[in-house]
Design a protein around this ligand. Structure first.
Ligand code: IMP
Length: 184
């Protein structure tokens, strides 16, 4: 049976950075790296709502080691493309993380403030190990130093949507990654 074309139409100025095929290939590589690094262990993925849901779902299904997952939600951006610099917890995890091999799963690391906040939160909960994984890394606008363990793609300074990432809550459903403005 022929696959129906279901992808929503995007505005003309959206530029494809990564196609669904690029993404699938890279996520498979990342899952392979993580599975090798944690061989013989089980990992607990902590997804950051809402942006990381699509990436986490794909990554999870490519892992060849036992994995569980949970979500938390923080606020830092509102409906703007500029960070306010303030991060606060909106929804905490459902399950304890003490003594577990935790991997924070982010959609994109921009200023680094969100990741830094979650990293400190997790360290205070006495995890057995803490790793940081992001689908996209945009180092140009970093405000705090964060050491990443797994990075999908490093991108230039342009705002992106798709594959879970939004602009004003829209476009998360796009299967590829699109830049919606030019690099500065
Ligand atoms: P940070 O705290 O500045 O590193 O921001 C991280 C969060 O901001 C990400 O988890 C995203 O939810 C959001 N964000 C940053 N840049 C973009 C973007 O280009 N598109 C969509 N969301 C973004």
């Amino acid at each position: 049976m022929e696959k129906p074309e279901t992808t929503i139409k995007v505005p003309e100025h959206f530029r494809v950075l990564y196609s669904p095929e690029d993404i699938a290939a890279r996520v498979a590589e990342m899952a392979e790296d993580i599975s090798a690094d944690f061989e013989g262990k089980a990992v607990h993925l902590i997804g950051v709502l809402k942006g990381a849901t699509v990436f986490l779902a794909d990554l999870l299904r490519m892992l060849s080691i036992p994995a569980t997952y949970d979500f938390l939600s923080v606020a830092s951006y509102g409906d703007s493309t500029e960070s306010t610099g303030v991060v606060r917890l909106i929804k905490d995890l459902d399950d304890p993380v003490e003594s577990r091999d935790v991997i924070i799963v982010e959609d994109i690391v921009d200023t680094g403030l969100t990741l830094k906040y979650i990293e400190e939160l997790m360290r205070n909960r006495k995890v057995s190990s803490l790793s940081k994984c992001t689908f996209l890394d945009r180092p140009d606008r970093r405000k705090v130093h964060v050491e990443m363990d797994y990075v999908g793609f490093t991108i230039p300074d342009c705002y992106v949507v798709g594959y879970g990432l939004d602009f004003e809550q829209k476009w998360r459903q796009l299967p590829g990654i699109y830049a919606i403005n030019q690099p500065t």
